[in-house]
Write a protein that binds this ligand. Sequence first.
Ligand code: 16G
Length: 242
Amino acid sequence: MVNKKSPLPLYYQIEEHIKALIESGELKPGDVLPSERELAESFTISRMTVRQAITNLVNKNLLYRKKGSGTYVSHKKFEQSLHGLTSFSEDMRSRGLDPGNKLIHFELSSPTEELIDHFTLEEDDLVYKIKRIRLANGEPMAIETSYIPVKLLPGLSQKVLSSSLYRYAEEENGIKLGHATQSLEASAATEEDAKHLQLDAGDPVLFIQRETFLEDGAPFELVKSTYRGDKYKYKMNIERLR
Ligand code: 16G
């Protein structure tokens, strides 16, 4: 396990040992690691060396620390491509997961200034405000707050929102989605995010805003989402500019 005569530094050997336990599945995502003291005792090495190995694995995102609780094995993140306008349901199905929803808010209301500007609405137009927890195999991944002008989808109901919004818009309402602009920002989970996403307040999250437009360029939805930072990473292809 640990060879004190090896030219390899001890912290590196511990790192490799913990990595092997993760790769073999002996340590699973979400498992807590023994304390630094216990590890130091079992390897008969100093706590400093154990701490260095753990810090390196935390920096490589293989482990994460929870204040006052311990060190845990990280969950594998979903790699989400920033190419192609897809729905949450499509993304989950393409990974072999079962998409789910928990609707926590559904309201028809008068638009705020921001929404009037974004959708170029009249004052008496109404907008839907929809808040859903998005689930993958029953596990919460994100909280999504969507705004859509009522006149674009007059029949939208709570029942429809228990499955895919894009499928309903395209297949049942003949809506032609065209493109979206999307921004991503690092943020920290609020108390409310933490409650819905099974996180601790202050944990890292990704704040994503998507503005989706129809093929004819008219705005369709404005969506503000909070994705779990321990579950998601975004990937993009970039080409050399010449
Ligand atoms: C994605 C979109 C969201 C869209 C939803 C439709 C992002 C950041 N957001 O979650 O804008 O409303 O898909 O999903 O990607 P659905 O068709 O499964 O209801």
